[in-house]
Design a protein around this ligand. Structure first.
Ligand code: PLP
Length: 399
């Protein structure tokens, strides 16, 4: 009989969003007239931009004509998209070679798939609270995970501990769920720590588009030395509303190497290329054309307009929390607002309370790690009217 991967026995039941959905649907069954506002799940609400849709339509037309039809494309992505991504990085002052850029179907797959490149015998450093994919994918591979605490005391931006050795380090900035964003000095410390430990940083920049403060980095490659130790994952999901369209990109610089237990050195770029060519057949041509349209001047204007709408919601939420004297992070360079549960409640208690008394849905922090037990996440992904109404209801709870 086929034996299963016993590491799956170590996975914690991932019940966060299913439990949220269950509680909301039970509430709605019992209160059919309820006007529930959802500020919970991190999914975009605005439709794709006009430029993106036009590019998608004309690419679809190309697929319908024998002269322009395309079959399998390059596993790494078409040149036109890799070039557009390289130009985008240049706007942060980062120079990349096109063969350091790998187009994919999104950052979730790539942050999970990258674990294929590393031996089981690595110590993995993961912040808590965190986007759960990093923990689960390493648990599936049976790796030793060491957690670093994100707390109110460090503004949910944990820094390296020189007494702890790590081989692989996950950093997500701007962060999901806390909305906190590392500055250059802090990222420099992480890069220095990685170089001292011969470690690899896996940097998730899925929310880079929300960075509005010019002093904050959009990419880890803005930090000197990062090209020798960091892989970066980004996505058009939140940048341009591609959560259902699916397109992302991963940067694996040619300078990064890793060693085997026998001392053999390998290039991570070559390994990732080999991995992708073996297990992935590329992103659909139509989607890559749509993705390239995001990086045109018109596309950038459209995505900036979407981001501003979301960030206006984030401001409305942050202002309300400030007015109520509730501690929070995020909401400035991130669509997430992470706040301390009021009334001495834990995050699930506050979830039920907010649903029952205000008919507003958020995400309990406990779903992102133990340091989230008393914290709560709201997202800016809704429209302004609903956000204002939700905040009015939140304020009423304190009246
Ligand atoms: N990384 C982080 C931190 C996220 O929050 C998400 C989605 O919520 C992703 C990656 C996944 O992005 P994608 O839709 O590109 O798979």
């Amino acid at each position: 009989m086929a034996k299963f991967n016993e590491n799956f026995l170590e996975l914690k039941e991932s019940y966060l969003f299913s439990e949220v959905a269950k509680r909301v649907s039970t509430y709605k069954e019992n209160h059919p007239e309820a006007d529930v506002i959802r500020l919970g799940i991190g999914d975009v609400t605005l439709p794709l931009g006009r430029t993106v849709i036009e590019a998608m339509h004309s690419a679809a037309d190309e697929m319908g004509m024998s002269e322009t039809f395309r079959g399998y494309g390059p596993e790494q992505g078409y040149d036109f998209l890799r070039q557009a991504i390289a130009v985008h990085y240049r706007s942060f002052g980062v120079e990349l070679d096109e063969d350091e850029i790998f187009v994919s179907d999104g950052a979730k797959s790539d942050t999970g798939n990258i674990t294929d490149l590393f031996s089981r015998d690595n110590t993995v450093l993961i912040p808590d609270p965190v986007y759960p994919v990093y923990v689960d994918t390493n648990t599936m591979n049976g790796r030793n995970i060491v957690y670093i605490n994100g707390t109110a005391e460090n503004d949910f931006l944990p820094m390296p501990d020189r007494n702890v050795h790590a081989d692989i380090i996950y950093i997500c900035s701007p962060n999901n769920p806390t909305g906190a964003c590392y500055n250059r000095e802090q990222l420099r410390e992480w890069v220095d720590y990685a170089l001292e430990n011969d470690a690899v940083i896996l940097f998730d920049s899925a929310y880079e588009t929300f960075v509005s403060d010019d002093s904050l980095p959009h990419s880890i490659y803005e930090i000197e030395g990062a090209k020798s130790c960091a892989v970066e994952f980004c996505s058009l999901s939140k940048t341009a509303g591609f959560t259902g369209t699916r397109c992302g990109y991963t940067i694996v610089p040619k300078f990064i190497t890793s060693v085997s237990s026998e001392g053999v050195t390998m290039s991570l770029n070559k390994m990732w290329n080999r991995r992708q060519c073996t297990k992935f057949n590329g992103v659909p041509y139509v989607i890559q054309r749509a993705a390239a349209a995001v990086f045109t001047d018109e596309g950038q204007k459209e995505t900036k307009a979407m981001t501003s709408l979301y960030m206006e919601n984030a401001r409305i939420i942050s202002d309300t929390l400030s007015e109520l004297g509730i501690r929070f992070t995020g909401g400035i360079n991130s669509p997430y607002i992470w706040f301390e549960c009021p009334f001495g409640m834990n995050s699930w208690e506050f979830f039920d309370y907010l649903l029952e008394k205000a008919e507003v849905v958020g995400t309990p922090g406990a779903g992102f790690g133990k340091n989230g037990d008393n914290w709560f996440r709201l997202t800016a992904f809704n429209d302004r009217k609903n956000t204002e109404e939700a905040m009015k209801r939140l304020k009423a709870l304190f009246a």
